[in-house]
Structure formats: C-alpha cells, structure tokens
Write a protein that binds this ligand. Structure first.
Ligand code: SUG
Length: 444
C-alpha cells in the first residue's frame, strides 16, 4: 500500500525557558538559568516546518501543552488562587515551578512511539504515549500528549492511541527517540528497532555509571506488545552505556535511520556487530538490504557528535531515490563534523543533500531537528482520516507566525516564572491556538 511519512513537529510553547532540568543532557545543564527567547524559538521551529512542507515532505505539528502545570503544583501542597500558588512555589520550590512551566513537550520525538499500520497485527497505526518518568518536568506530558494524539488520530478504525506505560523505573519510556523503523518502503512491513539503555530485571547487564539510562528493555518490549508487532520484525538493541555517560541521553543523539539506511556512530551500540547482524537478518525478511552508514570515532569523536547534534538529524527520502539530511547550524561550526559532512555528500552515498536550520533556541536545551519531530507513516486513507487542522500549509504557517508575534515574549528569565501575568498570557495564547487548529477542548 502506498504510504507517506509525516513529521509532526512540536510547536514551541510560550514558556520556553532554560531551567537545567535534564541531568545527563549536556546542553540543558550548560545553559541553566540563561535568558530564553520563546518568540524566536517558536519562529525557528515554524521556519523548519514551513521549509520542509514547501519541499513536499509530509509536515504537521503537535500543539504545546498547558503551562504552568497547576495540577502538579497543587498536588504537592501549594494552595490558594493561581497567583498565590505561583508566588509560594517561586519562593519555596523554584525548581519545581520551572518543571511546571517547562515547554519540553516541544520535543515530540519523546511524545510517543509510533508503529504504522503495515507493522501491526490489527492493521491500525498504533501510538503509545511515553511516560518520560525519568524527569519530573517531563513526567506529566503523557496525559496531554495522549489527549492531543487522540484528538488528531480519532478514528479508531485506523488508529489506536495507548496510554503511557506505568510511570515507574522498570518501564521508563522516552518514546520515538529510542525507536527507529527500517523498511523497504513506508507502506510495507518494516523492522522496528528499539534501543534501550538498561534492563530493570537483569542486574548483570551493563548500565551507565554517571548519567541515567532513560529507556528500559522492559518498556520497549511492552510497547512492541501493545502495538502487536511481529517478533521476527522487532529488534532490541542495547545502547552503549559509555556514550550515555558522555551525554548521549537518547539514541537519536547518536543514530538515525530511514528506509533501509542507518546513519550511526561506531560507538552508538553496546555490541555494534551484533546489532547490525540482527538488523540485517530482520530486514532480509522484508526484502530490504541494510545500508549501514558508519561514522568512525577517528573522523567524529563522540564529544563532537554531541556538540553538533550530527545524528539528531532528520533523514528524509526524496523523489530521486536519495535522502536529505536535515541538520542544525551547529554541524557547520564543529570542524570535524563539517569536514565529515562535506565528504559524505560528495562520496556518492544515499545522502546527497544537507538542509540546515537555525534551531539554536531549542539546541540550547539539547533539542535538535530530530528531537523536534515525531514520525508517523500514514497510508493515503489514514492521512485523509487524521485531523487536517494540524497539517502544515503556507496559510497555517502565516496564521501561526501572527499568533506567535501576538502572544509570545521575546525574553524569559528564571525570575519571570513567578510573574502571575505570564500564566495568564500562556492561557490566552493556548485558548486561541485551540481554535486556530480546530481542536476545541484541547486544553479543557
Ligand atoms: O528531555 N531537554 C529535553 C531534550 C529532549 C531531546 N529529545 C530527543 N533527543 N529526542 C530532555 O532532556 C531541558 C529542559 C530544561 O532544562 O529547561 C529538556 O527537557
């Protein structure tokens, strides 16, 4: 069946800020408490969506989430009016207030894991919202992510949206950031590759020592079960614990795949040869040959991959049978990576084009092009059945730019989170957005 991949980018919310909340994510930690520019962040994200849509790639968006999370603040004992809750939280627990205000749902690669209908036992596209339970500021996202996904993929003849796995360490799940689908074509059965950082119930399995592993094998297996994936087309691969300890907090910071191509760093996996062997065997079953594009440490050290986000790129299939690599500007600024990319496109590989974007506002929190998008491969019938108000068009782009210009601040400092006016501004902005996207009740 013919199918097409849509990238659902996260629309950056009006409270985008730098709070240093993600231990193990080097950029988040390094930029803690600096001033952010939510307006610029949203415009940078929209520019990427617009450019890729204009090129003919399937492009849609997921809306930002309601902030601050008053439910979280009230559940831990802050009482009174909204303004009182904010002022007490700012005084007694500023870091928790920052968690309640985080715009982290913008990184939609962590919103859910998605299996297209070609892979599932019941022939529906399956989504499981990610519990993100490793970080307080992200652990509540799944409620609104599931709600948004259900509003967009409402028709249960075509779609199944599962609630997040139990929010406990054994089932730590970070969604599509640790999941890659390899295939011959988007519409035919593919191989789903789950990359995990640790195993809850095997104390002898290697695990990182310094930074947390944010995905467990048990979580990946549960998602595969929920989606009804075939065992012979499902592969579990352990991430190299040493690279997690060097700041690779998700697999999509060190590897990206598309169709039959896997672009990865030689240190990405705990057992590189074993991983490739498993993938080759599974892909053989769907009539595809793995195109493994390996980047050696001698060309690009892990630290440079993390600094540039070379692998947090989008690998997009083009009509000419080749692929474009969507990269952040930082890739041009790290010399080993810039030199590597020049050779990559010149040497006749399947990647024949680089598309650059300025995503600095997101990058400063450790979110590159791939973090900002959730891939959903849809058949024509499924694409027609989803809610159309979130599909990026030139008209929607202009509507959203005007909306951002009207509602967003261009500077947000940590102290501003205590300002009760900010909560009102965010509320008004989102209220209007739900109407613009044709999703009434999204924030109810
Ligand atoms: O979960 N940063 C996000 C970045 C997510 C990137 N996603 C993927 N690799 N797919 C995180 O670490 C920082 C928020 C702050 O510090 O204010 C943050 O949540």
């Amino acid at each position: 069946m013919s199918a097409r991949e849509f990238n659902f980018d996260g629309l950056v919310g009006p409270s985008h800020n730098y709070a240093g909340l993600s231990f193990g994510n080097v950029a988040s930690f390094s930029n803690v408490k600096s001033a952010s520019n939510p307006k610029l962040a949203a415009l940078q994200g929209l520019a990427k969506m617009r450019a890729l849509a204009a090129r003919g790639f399937g492009q849609a968006l997921l809306p930002p989430q309601d902030r601050p999370n008053f439910r979280l603040l009230r559940s831990i004992g802050f009482t009174g009016s909204d303004a009182e809750v904010l002022s007490k939280a700012a005084k007694e627990a500023p870091v928790i207030l920052a968690c309640a205000y985080s715009a982290s749902p913008m990184w939609t690669a962590n919103a859910a894991t998605v299996s297209p209908s070609a892979d599932s036992a019941d022939g529906r596209a399956h989504f499981t919202a990610a519990n993100l339970n490793n970080k307080l500021h992200r652990a509540f996202e799944h409620e609104q992510s599931a709600r948004a996904l259900r509003a967009i993929f409402k028709d249960d003849k075509h779609f199944a949206v599962h609630a997040a796995l139990p929010g406990t360490p054994a089932f730590s799940d970070e969604g599509a950031a640790n999941h890659t689908r390899l295939c011959k074509s988007h519409g035919s059965a593919g191989v789903e590759m789950f990359v995990y950082g640790r195993t809850e119930f095997d104390a002898s399995a290697p695990a990182p020592k310094k930074y947390p592993a944010r995905q467990t094998l048990e979580a990946s297996q549960a998602v595969a079960r929920l989606h009804g994936l075939a065992a012979e087309r499902t592969v579990y691969i352990q991430q190299n614990p040493d690279v997690i300890d060097q700041g690779v907090f998700h697999n999509d910071v060190i590897a990206v795949g598309n169709a039959n191509a896997l672009f990865y760093h030689e240190q990405a996996f705990a057992d590189e040869a074993g991983a490739l062997d498993q993938l080759r065997r599974a892909l053989d079953g769907v009539g595809a040959d793995l195109n493994a594009i390996r980047v050696d440490t001698t060309r690009v050290p892990v630290a440079d991959a993390v600094a540039s986000y070379l692998f947090n790129s989008q690998l997009l299939s083009k009509d000419n049978g080749k692929m474009a690599l969507v990269i952040p500007h930082e890739c041009q600024e790290v010399s080993s990576v810039a030199a590597y990319l020049q050779d990559l496109v010149a040497d006749g590989s399947v990647i024949d084009e680089l598309i650059h974007f300025d995503l600095r506002q997101s990058m400063r929190n450790g979110g590159g092009p791939a973090c900002l998008r959730l891939r959903v491969a849809l058949t024509d019938a499924e694409a027609a059945a989803m809610h159309q108000g979130v599909v990026m068009t030139e008209a929607l782009y202009h509507t959203l730019v005007a909306w951002v210009e009207k509602h967003y601040r261009d500077r947000l400092e940590p102290a501003d989170l205590a300002d009760p006016q900010l909560a009102i501004e965010v509320h008004n902005a989102l209220d209007e957005l739900s109407r613009l996207l044709g999703l009434p009740g999204l924030y109810a």
